[in-house]
Design a protein around this ligand. Sequence first.
Ligand SMILES: [Zn+2]
Ligand SMILES: [Zn+2]
Length: 362
Amino acid sequence: MPHSHHSHSGQFCKHAKGLLEDVVLEAIRQGFEVYGLTEHVPRYRTDDLYPDEAGLTLDDLAAQFESFLDEAHRLKAKYASEITLLVGLETEYITDLDLEHLDALLARHGTRIEYIVGSVHHVNGIPIDFDLPTFHKALRSCSSEGDTSSSTQEAFLRAYLDAQYALLQRFRPEIIGHFDLCRLYDPALAIPAYSAAWKKVERNVSYAVECGALFEVNAAAFRKGWEMAYPGKDVAELILKHGGRFALSDDSHGPHAVGLNYPRLHEYLRNLGVQEVWYLQRSDVPNAAGRMARLRELHLEFDSGFCVYPLSKCITYVRRRYSLPVFGVSHPLPLELTVQDLPPVPARLKDPAQCFSSSSMI
Ligand SMILES: [Zn+2]
Ligand SMILES: [Zn+2]
């Protein structure tokens, strides 16, 4: 522990920061054991370029993605003794064109793409996570004559969830990306209040559970101002009710965001009563979707020396690192501290017998 299944870097994504290698080095520094590199797939219509991509062509985006795969695999091999890097991608579903191109891209790269994060960032071809005015435009695009704001909201949710369902059916992603991104700008929105939309949430959750997908608990929601991770509590509880499995993601967009808000993720999972998280591992045989990832389970024992903190922020890790016994609750270090900041452990504390009698031990 810990893991992350979803990340980006400024080297291959204009709205992120930093080099991919620096993302990896930061993940190693923080003690990540499994870290997924999952750049956004290219887009295929000039209209779908973001303002910060002005000057880029569609060919540039395609070439950028190819370079990402090369670099990700280079880093995977280079740092194999320090961290398990998984190489994947994050999907887009703007129009059907994206799905057709994704089929071709997956076929072209074969086992080089080990898993996919199935995400939807658009409704009716309009981004829902870019900024508030664009989100409102997407919302309005779902309005028909005579609609109330409530029926427009419901139509918007239904459109998002239908796109997600189509993506799940066609690609069976190993990881479901930020399940409820549709309420990014309105985190208090209670989806169960919209019964037709909630039925679609249930449909999508059941389907993903049947496929054996993992639902990411995505810490990026915290940096976007949420008090919870994606998915929010109502959806997360539904996933648990259906026997769904969770995996961790920081959805970092640069080295600065690696492991960001994992302590809050930890508390969120604990409050939900989650007992286990799952993570992906490279497999030697293809999974049902033909990709090379398989699931591994990790039991969460919140009160017996285990935690989801980056290891560099975990007292249990400090104990293990110095061969000290692990017992009791695993407390986080204060947020501003990492293991690197701690003084060396005195030699006498390395004697396990001393540990039990010492109260000064970290
Ligand atoms: Zn992004
Ligand atoms: Zn995303």
